[in-house]
Write a new protein. Sequence first.
Length: 246
Amino acid sequence: MALGDLPTGDEKRVRVRDMFDRIAPRYDALNRVISVGLDQRWRRRALDKIAVGAGDRVVDLACGTGDFCELVASRGASVVGVDFAMQMLRQARRRGLDFPSVQGDGEWLPFRSASVDVVTCGFALRNFVSLEAVLREIARIVRPGGRIALIDVDRPGWAPLRAAHSLYFDRVVPFIGGLVSDRSAYRYLPQSTAYLPPPAELRGMLQAAGFLEVDRETLMLGAAQILTGVRGPLTPVGLARGGRPS
Ligand SMILES: C[S@@+](CC[C@H](N)C(=O)[O-])C[C@H]1O[C@@H](n2cnc3c(N)ncnc32)[C@H](O)[C@@H]1O
């Protein structure tokens, strides 16, 4: 699918933020329906893969209504959620979750360099205006040896499966979204997969940002993916470039 009429640049930033502010009240219920209840299992799998546990300082980027934060906290790690949509953060509070959170943009994270052990991010890669800039910013705040786990949707590679998936994702999901929440938002959701770079490019972007041991696991026959990596050492080149760790 091509980018077509999808927004880019600051127009995308404003439209995505407004959209999540709008759909926040119904977001969790619809998420469970759309992923047929698998989304929490995928988040758990992501945390297992990078062994998140007690003592880890975790930032959950694009935390939304707090699903990842809740799971991270249940493992004894400390977590701060970051999201630019205030209504998503408010919805987390309405759900009774009380993790610390800050309204902010993934391109400018309010944390010191090399100050966190782990960054998680669920279903937001395709929403960022510049994925490269966000990955660089994640790499800046994760300490050398720290880990990342990023989840997003995907489309199956095998043509018959891709067609069946497309029927569900491109037709059924916007229909259900329209009935329960906001039709245009749930039309955008499948369209936004067009922003996601192909697997090899994604891997290359993570490596270029400074991550080693980059791994990509596909879930549910290719309907979702988990990307993991370990922050490499700080390079003298990066430090020379204005003092910030690369
Ligand atoms: C599909 S929701 C996922 C929420 C949550 N991570 C989850 O797993 O359910 C995407 C989230 O990304 C947030 N988001 C998108 N672009 C962002 C950005 N540039 N900075 C911070 N948050 C962003 C949206 O506000 C929204 O809450």
